[in-house]
Design a protein around this ligand. Sequence first.
Ligand code: MG
Length: 250
Amino acid sequence: MIILKTARELKLMRAAGRISQRALRLAGEAVEPGVTTKEIDDIVRKYIEGQGAIPSFLGYGGFPASACISVNNVVVHGIPSEKCVLKQGDIVSIDVGAFIDGFHGDNAWTFPCGDITKDAQRLLKTTEEALFKGIEAAVAGARVGDIGHAVQTYAELRSYSVVRDYVGHGVGAKLHEDPSVPNYGAPGRGARLLPGMAIAIEPMVNMGSHEVKVLSDKWTAVTKDGSLSAHFEHTLAITPEGPVILTLPD
Ligand code: MG
């Protein structure tokens, strides 16, 4: 069931989105060679809790940390660890959510660790741009398939593939609500986008094949072929005036 939000509720979601965004930015600023992903997770948790909010992912389905930190061939749901030391040339996907006053914000970004290869730069740029193609398609009256089609077309024209096994989603009082928002699909198909809907669009784009597998820790999703993967996400509201990103700075 798709839950529409009132203007007042969207205002609360904006506050949750702002905290999520700030936590993500602080995490990104901490990415450098020699830093562990556990240290970055601590920064995220400390900031969110300091704002009187709750890290959305901590304990979600048993997830043991506040941020998902996914390095290189890890697609999503990487578990922060003292053993995971970032090195020059890594690409580091960080996914962060915050819950406050009854609502969640959810956002993700892939950060370069020091200098990265031209190929990796192109993957990051393309995935970020694919996210914004999806956002542009998220207008009232369009359908969920229009978003997926925009994202998929943009990534595939640049010879990348979009992950199928994980998708975007509605966001609100629950972190994951209806509808599912795949990063692939046919235009004109799927649920209609209505004013008051809040959704997270989150393309995961692989340099190689779209196939992923989950490691024995039951969380870490990696590309099957070992290729690099990038992940960018915003939470946004569908309004009569067009999509409004809730996870942006002021
Ligand atoms: Mg999400």
